[in-house]
Design a protein around this ligand. Structure first.
Ligand code: NAG
Ligand code: NAG
Length: 195
């Protein structure tokens, strides 16, 4: 008979209901207001506090009624931070070239030039990822944002290599690189919720 076929159709619906019920149960009973979309989305990220504070800094986020808008805001935040980092690198370049400090200085400026390239590429990747999001191509978003993250990693690795030769030189970009990858990681996690 058709019973097994019926079952295979009904099972997914049963499962979906189970998940919906679980979702309800995991909410605290005493919370007066319903959890907002930003908090709900950020719970799925690896860097919850960064997610909350960065998204809340954008006025539109509290009114966002769907995840796709939040994903776009998250990508915008990553792009803006990459642009900030790029101008910070330019500033470092001009201050390090004004003081000639021998071979170490040459190595530092080589690293900084590499980072200019990496971050320019990251910005391009993130611009493309917004287009991909608009097209509903989440796999492409994933690929491009991951590429942007590894651009920042390559920037940081340049300084690590330098440090292995000269332990006195530390990366002036570690904090920027870290925060940037956290923003990207959060954007990836929010995009994954759309799939
Ligand atoms: C993302 O940034 C673009 C370009 O700056 C802007 O036009 C758009 O409104 C932003 N998206 C959201 C959801 O804030
Ligand atoms: C250049 O070297 C001098 C002496 O080692 C040091 O005091 C100074 O801070 C260095 N400047 C930069 C920009 O690293």
């Amino acid at each position: 008979m058709a019973s097994s076929k019926t079952f295979s159709l009904v099972l997914p619906i049963l499962l979906m209901n189970c998940f919906a019920l679980l979702g309800q149960c995991s909410r605290p009973h005493n919370s007066k207001e319903r959890e907002d979309l930003v908090t709900a989305a950020c719970k799925h990220t690896l860097h919850f506090q960064v997610c909350i504070s960065s998204l809340r800094s954008v006025p539109g986020s509290s009114k966002a009624s769907d995840l796709k808008v939040l994903a776009e805001i998250a990508l915008n935040l990553s792009t803006a931070y990459a642009a900030d980092t790029l101008s910070y690198i330019y500033k470092l370049q001009s201050s390090s070239s004004s003081s000639a400090n021998g071979s170490n200085n040459i190595r530092v400026s080589r690293c900084l030039s590499d980072c200019v390239e990496e971050y320019s590429e990251a910005i391009e990747n993130l611009h493309d990822s917004k287009q991909a999001l608009a097209n509903g191509d989440c796999d492409q978003v994933d690929m491009l944002v991951s590429a942007a993250m590894s651009d920042a990693e390559t920037c940081e690795d340049g300084f690590k290599d330098m440090q292995s030769e000269d332990s006195d030189s530390i990366s002036p970009l570690t904090e920027h690189n870290l925060y940037f990858s956290e923003l990207c990681s959060n954007a990836l996690a929010i995009t994954k919720l759309l799939v």
